[in-house]
Design a binder for this molecule. Structure first.
Ligand SMILES: C[S@@+](CC[C@H](N)C(=O)[O-])C[C@H]1O[C@@H](n2cnc3c(N)ncnc32)[C@H](O)[C@@H]1O
Length: 278
């Protein structure tokens, strides 16, 4: 389970506001790096959530997928959405860093916005032991020539890619949960992976864009379920956030504020997708 977001609670509303935005990149890079077409590929979606990425791959013709998550609620939703598809190997309720699968089981293992949720990932020594253990497990369950996919945020992206993090005053705390990209590269490389490549698509937004751009909407608690930075925040931080939004609303500056933030997002993007080959 996430160390700070109750995903059983979030599972009822997650699909209202979250999107699987980088499917084209995911499909083109995994087929390219594995040398396999989707139909003959076996994928593990680790931290699959409600199955949005799995669904995208199945719709594109994926041969076989295993969906794993630590939240029963998220996995139940994923199951309901994909029940009628061929190619579902298994739904597995399990908690990272463990990957309860035999060695060399999968062509692709993907983590989409999962690593920052792993418990004690922000130990002061900056070593991210649970992330390291998770990646070691991943390399174990990947076939030779298989590909690991990690969609995560760089520290610059946490700072510049989301209009709400600074207003909330959560940037530094949230950033510390994300393992730095150089550390991920180093761990993958030390684990024997090659062809480590990272891509940023600045036009891709993790939330539904109409919702993301509705700054005033963030005054609603239901809107604030759309990003985990709000579940990490204290009541004091949330109260102060709402006061700042109301002030901008009263001063009629919300639109200008959002447009200024958008310039930064379009420079840095919101997430980075790393691909590495075993
Ligand atoms: C931000 S959601 C991403 C869901 C999905 N990958 C997506 O992009 O739509 C993070 C997911 O990671 C799962 N998760 C967090 N910590 C976990 C852990 N230790 N073991 C397994 N799943 C975990 C959560 O339950 C949640 O479904």
């Amino acid at each position: 389970m996430s160390s700070f977001t109750n995903y059983d609670d979030v599972s009822n509303s997650y699909d209202v506001y979250r999107r699987a935005g980088n499917m084209d990149l995911l499909i083109s890079m995994t087929t390219h790096l594995t040398g396999k077409c989707l139909e003959e590929m076996s994928v593990l979606d680790a931290g699959c959530g409600t199955g949005n990425y799995a669904l995208g791959l199945l719709d594109a013709g994926l041969g076989r997928i295993t969906m794993m998550d630590g939240s029963d609620g998220m996995l139940t939703t994923a199951r309901m959405k994909t029940a009628n598809y061929q190619g579902i190997a298994e739904y597995r309720l399990a908690r990272l860093p463990q990957l309860p699968f035999p060695d060399e089981s999968f062509d692709v293992v993907m983590f989409n916005q999962v690593l920052h949720h792993l418990s004690d990932s922000s130990k002061p020594d900056g070593r991210y032991p649970v992330v390291r253990e998770t990646l070691a497990e991943t390399i174990r369950v990947l076939k030779k020539g298989g590909v690991i996919v990690i969609d995560t945020c760089s520290h610059d992206q946490v700072r510049h890619g989301y209009w709400f993090n600074d207003v909330l005053g959560i940037t530094e705390q949230y950033m510390s949960l994300y393992p730095p990209l150089p550390l991920l590269r180093q761990v993958l490389s030390n684990g024997g992976c090659t062809t480590i490549q990272a891509y940023v698509q600045p036009d891709v937004v993790l939330m539904d864009y109409a919702m993301y751009s509705d700054v005033e909407g963030s005054l609603q608690a239901s809107w604030r379920k759309a990003d985990s930075c709000f579940s990490l925040s204290s009541q004091v931080q949330i109260k102060s956030f709402c006061q700042k939004i109301i002030k901008m609303k009263n001063e009629n500056t919300l639109k200008a504020f959002f447009e200024e933030c958008e310039q930064e997002r379009l420079t840095f993007g919101q997430s980075t997708t790393i691909f590495a080959r075993k």
